[in-house]
Ligand binder design. Structure first.
Ligand code: AMP
Ligand code: MG
Length: 419
C-alpha cells in the first residue's frame, strides 16, 4: 500500500490540527518517513551506535570446542562413584591436554580449557580433597556439569544480530567473538538545525533588554550528539521571511533532516506556514500535550522537516517524544520499542488539567525503606529549563487524568538512556 501524502493526512476525518493526540501524531509521522538505504563498511571499533545494514550470520560455533566453566578436575561421569581418581595431567586455556583419560583417571583443568578426550564432567576444585596426586570428591557433580558445550553461545549459520539493529557494546563484542572485523552499516544521517527568533542572540554578545541567549541550539546540538549522526549547526535566523527561506533552502539541500526551533506558535506560524507551503509540504499541529503544543512536520525539498516550539523545555520534550525515534527510524533502526513506563507512587500532589498528555518533570528517588518514589520538580513552566536539569524522569500523565493527590501511582519514563 502506498504511503498517505501529507495533504491526505490533513484531510482525514479524525484529523483535528487543534488537538492532535500524541500517539496519533507519532503514527502520522511514522507513516511518512523513509529509512535511508545507502551503506558503508567500517571496522568494528567505529560502529558503536550505528545501524546494521544486513544480518550478522555466525561463520562458526562459539565456543568452538567443549570447555570447562570452572577451575577443577575433568573426569568421566561413569567414574562418579570411584573412591579416588589419579591426576594424570593439566589442561590450560589455550593449551589442551592431548592424552586420553582412562577409567580411574582425571585431569586438572582451568576455566576455558578444552575438555580432554575421555572426560565429560568437571568437578570444582573446592569440592575435592587432593592427596598423593589423587583426588576424592566431597560432592559429586551431575554428569556433564561445569562443561560449556561447543555452539552453546552461537551456532554456525545462526543469525546472531538482525539487520536494523542499533549496535551496542555487547553486540560489538559478539561480532568480534565470531572473528568478524568489519561490518556494513547504514550511512550516517545528516541533520541540520537552526533557531528562529528576533529576540535571540548568540553567546559572546552582551544581552540587551528583551533579548535571550539562544540556548535551544545548544540543547538540540547535545540531544543530537547522543544519536549517532552528522550535525550541521546553522545558527540563529531572525523572524524575517527572506532569511528564513534562504536558511530552509540551504539546510534542506545539505541534510536529510531539518530541525528548527521557534516560529511555529500561533501568530508566528502564519508566515512560516506560507513559507513552508512554498518550499515543501508541511502540516502544523497543536498537539494535545504539555509542554510542546505546537509542532510542524513535513518535507522541505527532499529533507524531512520538524518545526519544534521555541520554549526550551518544549524543545526537549518534543524532541524526545517525536524526533528522536523518527531519526532512528530514518537511520534504518528496526523494532523500535517505546520507552518503558514504570508505575511509581508520587509523594506530592500533582496539578493537571484533563484533555492533554503532560510530561511533567520528576525526580525518582528511594525512600528510607529503599522503595522507588517520584516527586515533581517545582515550577513546571515550559520556559523553566532548570526543571529538565533537576529531573531524572518524566511523569507521564494521560489525557484523562486531572489533579492527583499525593500517594497516587503515576507512570514514569526514566530519562537515563535517552538524555
Ligand atoms: P516561539 O515558539 O518562537 O514563540 O518561542 C517561545 C518562547 O521560547 C519565547 O519566549 C522565546 O523567547 C523562547 N525561545 C525561542 N527560541 C529560543 C531559543 N533558541 N533559546 C531560548 N529561548 C528561546
Ligand atoms: Mg519566536
Amino acid at each position: 500500500m502506498s504511503k498517505k501524502s501529507l495533504s491526505e493526512i490533513s484531510c482525514q476525518d479524525d484529523y483535528d490540527p487543534n488537538s492532535m493526540p500524541v500517539s496519533q501524531a507519532r503514527d502520522f509521522i511514522r507513516d511518512y518517513l523513509t529509512p535511508i538505504t545507502e551503506t558503508e563498511t567500517l571496522p568494528l571499533k567505529l560502529v558503536l551506535g550505528r545501524i546494521l545494514a544486513g544480518d550478522i550470520v555466525s561463520p562458526c560455533n562459539v565456543p568452538n570446542h567443549n570447555n570447562s566453566a570452572m577451575d577443577g578436575y575433568a573426569f568421566h561421569s561413569h567414574d562418579a562413584a570411584a573412591n579416588s581418581l589419579e591426576i594424570i595431567g593439566t589442561a590450560f586455556a589455550g593449551k589442551p591436554f592431548d592424552g586420553v583419560v582412562k577409567t580411574g583417571e582425571c585431569v586438572r583443568i582451568m576455566t576455558g580449557a578444552v575438555i580432554p578426550s575421555g572426560t565429560d564432567t568437571v568437578v570444582m576444585q573446592e569440592r575435592v580433597l587432593t592427596e598423593n596426586n589423587r583426588i576424592s570428591m566431597t560432592e559429586v557433580p551431575k554428569p556433564g556439569a561445569n562443561v560449556r558445550l561447543a555452539g552453546e553461545d552461537l551456532k554456525q549459520g545462526e543469525t546472531v544480530l538482525p539487520q536494523g539493529r542499533s549496535l551496542r557494546p555487547s553486540d560489538i563484542g559478539l561480532i568480534a567473538s565470531l572473528g568478524i572485523g568489519e561490518v556494513t552499516v547504514y550511512r550516517k544521517l545528516r541533520v541540520a538545525f537552526f533557531s528562529t527568533g528576533d529576540e535571540l542572540i548568540s553567546i559572546g554578545q552582551p544581552l540587551q533588554e528583551g533579548q535571550v541567549y539562544d540556548s535551544n541550539r545548544y540543547t538540540l546540538h547535545s540531544m543530537l550528539s547522543k544519536v549517532n549522526l552528522d550535525i550541521l549547526d546553522m545558527g540563529v535566523v531572525p523572524d524575517d521571511p527572506q532569511r528564513l527561506e534562504q536558511a530552509l533552502i540551504d539546510a534542506s539541500r545539505q541534510a536529510d533532516v531539518v530541525i528548527t526551533s521557534g516560529g511555529v506558535s500561533v501568530g508566528e506560524a502564519d508566515f512560516m506556514k506560507l513559507l513552508l507551503e512554498k518550499l515543501g509540504q508541511v502540516v502544523f499541529w497543536k498537539i494535545a500535550m504539555k509542554p510542546g503544543r505546537p509542532l510542524a512536520y513535513g518535507k522541505v525539498g527532499n529533507a524531512h522537516y520538524f518545526g519544534l516550539p521555541g520554549n526550551p523545555v518544549s524543545v526537549m520534550v518534543t524532541f524526545y517524544q517525536f524526533v528522536r525515534d523518527a531519526l532512528l527510524y530514518i537511520m534504518g533502526q528496526q523494532n523500535l520499542q517505546p520507552q518503558p513506563l514504570l508505575q511509581v507512587i508520587c509523594t506530592e500532589d500533582i496539578r493537571k488539567l484533563p484533555g492533554r498528555t503532560e510530561f511533567q518533570r520528576g525526580i525518582l528517588y528511594t525512600d528510607e525503606k529503599g522503595t522507588w518514589r517520584v516527586r515533581p520538580t517545582g515550577n513546571q513552566g515550559s520556559g523553566i529549563l532548570r526543571s529538565m536539569s533537576e529531573a531524572n524522569c518524566f511523569i507521564v500523565l494521560d489525557d484523562d487524568t486531572g489533579n492527583l493527590p499525593a500517594g497516587t501511582k503515576v507512570q514514569v519514563q526514566v530519562m537515563e538512556g535517552i538524555l
